[in-house]
Design a protein around this ligand. Structure first.
Ligand SMILES: O=C(CO)COP(=O)(O)O
Length: 251
């Protein structure tokens, strides 16, 4: 059975007071036993979030990390630092990191290695721009992102890897991929992993969908065979909408 996962990526939102308001309410929630729930607050709130949620079945993820273990990298945060405050998962390759911070596949491959070495689970994000889809290059692009950024890892590493398919044109736009488009791409991703590794690995990896997932579309998206959950932006900032999405798996 693949893990069902719903992860909230807060991006650069929620200061400490807002985080505390969220957590006070979040702690009162009943979390479904068969869904892995994660939140990824900004760096400044990771330690607080971990301490606050310690007794609750919620993982704390980081939104990024540096590829080096330590050193003169002003403004950066290492995997070891994340581990030291209770973080067990890191989001890598988000399209905003790729677009605004020039993170390319070569750099992401290094970050992947560092995260694995430090026993962090990785949510590896991939996704095409609207132009790629219009020119029907989206499958090629996704395959390239996987091949260049991730496919150097060993078979064993897949225990610690989650994929998030986030079409860039659906992020923060209110426009989601249709459930069929999501299913089609998730199946393609799974097949691509199967070709490179094995069916056993491909069948086990959780593939999340991200891009304008809201309470009113989550049930339909999550009901697709190869969609194992979501990476949620805007709707993860409020406890009510996030919990509606956490509870959106059928059956
Ligand atoms: O980028 C996302 C999550 O990483 C998706 O953001 P939205 O849910 O706000 O579209």
């Amino acid at each position: 059975m693949r893990k069902k996962i719903v992860a909230g990526n807060w991006k650069m939102n929620n200061d400490l007071a807002q985080t505390e308001t969220f957590l006070v309410d979040f702690k009162k929630q009943v979390f479904p036993e068969d869904v892995v729930v994660m939140i990824a607050p900004p760096f400044t709130n990771l330690s607080h979030a971990f301490t606050s949620m310690r007794e609750h079945p919620v993982s704390i993820a980081a939104q990024n990390m540096h590829q080096n273990d330590e050193g003169a990298f002003t403004g950066e945060v290492s995997a070891k630092m994340l581990k030291s405050v209770g973080v067990n998962t890191v989001i890598l390759g988000h399209s905003e990191r790729r677009a605004y911070f020039n993170e390319d596949s070569q750099l992401l491959a290094e970050k992947v290695n560092t995260a694995l070495k430090n026993e962090l689970t990785i949510i590896f994000c991939i996704g095409e721009e609207l132009e790629d889809r219009k020119s029907e290059n989206h499958f090629n692009l996704i395959k390239t992102q996987l091949t260049e950024g991730l496919f150097h890892v060993s078979s064993e590493a897949w225990e610690h890897i989650i994929i998030a398919y986030e079409p860039v044109w659906a992020i923060g736009t209110g426009e989601t991929a249709s459930p069929e488009q999501a299913q089609e791409m998730h199946l393609f991703i799974r097949k691509t992993i199967e070709e490179k590794y094995s069916k056993a690995i491909a069948d086990k990896v959780s593939i999340l969908y991200g891009g304008s997932v809201k309470p009113n579309n989550a049930v339909e998206i999550f009901s697709q065979t190869d969609v194992d959950g979501g990476l949620i932006g805007g709707a993860a900032l409020k406890v009510d909408s996030f919990m509606d999405i956490v509870n959106a798996f059928e059956g």
